[in-house]
Design a protein around this ligand. Structure first.
Ligand code: DQA
Length: 152
């Protein structure tokens, strides 16, 4: 990492582009663009730079992880349903070898049993789930601490 602000790659997986149309009781009412604007603001307040990526295609998600070498200092990711079964994403995350936080808008531990499994959890130093959009801010603060920047 240089003396500049750390770069956080924020990666959204399958169906996250449909926020605003999905069940508001689970996922809130913000669109993905609104959520990203909020994340960018909160990151800037913590002295972090953000870059965003979304795809509905698992291979593109994986290739983006491959490309991150030297492109990011940390990762904040919500892979959507891939979280629960996409072992190839787990392996690509291992290759990326970056400090990572897993985020879910809904409380995946208290929904269907299949959502309690996370194939990426063991590679993330923290998981934030069930906190809605606030969870992203909490994840950024955790990343800040992990990167040795502390919260201002
Ligand atoms: C989600 C939870 C997943 O189980 C679900 O498939 C999603 C969104 C969340 O943010 O709560 O698409 O990752």
């Amino acid at each position: 990492m240089s003396g500049e602000s750390p770069r956080v790659e924020v990666m959204h997986g399958v169906n996250l582009d449909q926020l605003g149309r999905r069940d508001p009781l689970l996922y809130g009412t913000l669109t993905l663009a609104e959520l990203e604007a909020r994340i960018e603001r909160e990151a800037a307040a913590l002295g972090l730079r953000t870059r965003f990526f979304h795809t509905n295609h698992e291979g593109e998600f994986i290739e983006h992880l491959h490309r991150l070498r030297n492109g990011a200092d940390a990762l904040l990711l919500n892979p959507g349903a891939w979280t629960h079964y996409a072992w190839a994403i787990r392996d690509a995350l291992e290759i990326a070898a970056l400090p990572a936080v897993e985020v879910h808008l809904s409380d995946v531990q208290h929904r269907e049993a299949w959502r309690r499994v996370s194939v990426i959890g063991e590679l993330c130093f923290a998981t934030v789930s069930g906190r809605g959009p606030d969870g992203y801010g909490e994840a950024l603060a955790l990343l800040c601490d992990e990167l040795g920047r502390g919260s201002p």
